[in-house]
Write a protein that binds this ligand. Structure first.
Ligand code: NAD
Length: 490
């Protein structure tokens, strides 16, 4: 097992308009390791004035008649491939920055956070070159319509801390390929990895003003959302913040994509092979310390298998390696912050108060100083209780008993959310039949990963719109129809 050293990174400028500019304010954001509780970095805390400067730069870059938005898809592809190379060259650095800041086990950040930006940039850069941006359609009334796909404009992108690089590139890759420009506001918990994007943009020769990054908290984010220079908002974060942002965008009639919270269900059918799928179970239920939006935090088990499911999940929870996120053998690291640990421990207490039984975990692991919580399995959980209905965003699973498949589907659909889910069975067709009845944006049979080629997003309170796949590109395009009269006869 190897451990890498903690970071110590300080920045004094923001990346706006292709330059490293001093911030207009004097406040700073300090970043503390959730594992060692040591300060690992500090960056300027952006202000509304910084957002004004960044939106102006993005607007200028977008409106330039020979600029990014007017380039051909092939020209943009050349630059985006260079950006992908520059991100790949920084993949290890990005992964380590992510893990140091948010506690993600480094094996996970190396597998996802590091390589994902380059992969998804190349995917969208290529996809955009294959799209017909001026499609001629014969009309029903005799004429022809040219259907044009144009870049939607300047995007305000706001991201959370849990997968900061991957989630940022779910937005940057399609919006840049479409010809948009962006003002990105990272989460204050994960500001250091965002600087690798600025450094890569500069190294790759991305034109000035195409990518602008302003660090800051929710007030700065709220200011960006309503800024008159913004044409589209793309937000990933909590449902509570998403509702507020959706209200503002509704009033402004501003297009918005919202990727929000979840309380997804794993439906275990009576023929499921759980023991043979322990790695997939971990990936679907606990990955990133339970701080992944689509994780299956409700496990629905039939009466006939209930004890066996609780036992298997308890063995999984008790068997994971908990420790320093920078050790490559660690499976569960600390939660991102003290606030997040208080929230998760509050739910563990609530579960106990509601009468659920702690089958595994329930406390803090011994000998670790950071914001650690043991992976916790609750059994005998009432389907309507708070721990079965509300997003906890930590390593806490609730095992709920169902009567038959109809009942399982009713429980799965019985929360305000609809983001992820899985069905566990040895019969793929049977699993598919169940999956088709679950109200959710994505679902897997015996495993789930959000593959970049397929759309990802939520229904109900889990969000609006989709990212990834060709559908993700369409969100950054406006449609214009140009009608051509039929040529005069004779
Ligand atoms: P959060 O909503 O508190 O913050 C997310 C980002 O939004 C941060 O950058 C924050 O500064 C900013 N923000 C907060 N309130 C804002 C407002 N009113 N206006 C503008 N910006 C605002 O969420 P978080 O705690 O950082 O992230 C965890 C949440 O994100 C969980 O609910 C999780 O399910 C969700 N999430 C969803 C997805 C998805 O794709 N559906 C992916 C990852 C995380």
């Amino acid at each position: 097992m190897s451990t890498v050293a903690e970071l110590e990174v300080t920045y004094d400028t923001l990346y706006i308009g292709g330059e490293w500019v001093p911030p207009t304010g004097s406040e700073r954001i300090t970043i503390t390791s959730p594992s060692t509780l040591q300060q690992i970095g500090s960056v300027p805390d952006g202000t509304e004035q910084d957002i004004d400067v960044a939106v102006t730069a993005a607007r200028r870059a977008f409106d330039d008649p020979s600029g990014w938005s007017r380039w051909s898809a092939e020209q943009r592809q050349e630059t985006l491939n260079k950006l992908a190379d520059a991100m790949d060259a920084r993949a290890e650095d990005s992964a380590l920055r992510t893990s140091s800041q948010n506690g993600m086990p480094v094996a996970i950040s190396r597998a996802f956070e590091g390589p994902f930006p380059g992969m998804v940039l190349r995917y969208y850069a290529d996809l955009a070159t294959k799209q017909d941006v001026e499609e001629r359609r014969p009309g029903l009334l005799g004429g022809t319509s040219i259907v044009r796909r144009t870049p939607i404009g300047v995007v305000g992108a706001i991201v959370p801390w849990n997968f900061p690089q991957a989630i940022t590139f779910l937005k940057l890759a399609p919006l840049l390929a479409a010809g948009c420009t962006v003002v990105l506001k990272p989460s204050p918990e994960t500001t250091l990895d965002a600087y690798t994007i600025a450094e890569a943009a500069e190294a790759a020769g991305v034109p000035a003003g195409v990518i602008n990054i302003v660090q800051g908290g929710r007030e700065v984010g709220a200011y960006l959302v309503q800024h008159p220079g913004i044409d589209k908002v793309s937000f990933t974060g909590s449902t509570a913040a998403g509702r507020k942002i959706g209200e503002v965008c509704g009033r402004l009639l501003r297009p918005v994509t919202l990727e929000l919270g979840g309380k997804s269900a794993a439906i275990v059918l009576d023929d499921a092979d759980l023991v043979g799928n322990m790695e997939a179970l971990f990936g679907s239920m606990l990955i990133n310390n339970g701080q992944t939006c689509w994780l299956n935090s409700r496990i629905l088990a039939p009466k006939s298998r209930y004890d066996d499911v609780v036992e298997t999940l308890s063995a999984l929870a008790n068997g994971v390696t908990i420790g320093n996120p920078l050790d490559d053998g660690t499976q569960i690291g600390p939660l991102v912050s003290q606030v997040q640990r208080e929230r998760v421990e509050g739910y563990i207490q609530k579960g106990k108060d509601e009468g659920a039984r702690v089958a595994a975990g329930g406390g803090r692991p011994d000998g670790l100083d950071g914001y650690f919580v043991q992976p916790t399995i609750f059994a005998d959980v009432d389907r309507n209780s708070a721990i079965a209905q509300e997003e906890i965003f930590g390593p806490v699973l609730s095992v709920i008993q169902y009567d038959d498949e109809d009942d399982a589907i009713a429980i799965a659909n019985g929360t305000e959310y609809g983001l992820g889910g899985t069905v566990w069975t040895q019969d793929q067709e049977r699993g598919l039949a169940v999956a088709r009845r679950v109200q959710t944006g994505s679902i897997g049979i015996n495993h789930y990963v959000n593959d970049p080629a397929a759309p990802f997003g939520g229904v109900k309170s889990s969000g609006l719109g989709r990212e990834l796949g060709p559908e993700g590109l369409a969100h950054y395009q406006a449609l214009q129809t140009v009608y051509l009269d039929p040529p005069a006869a004779g």
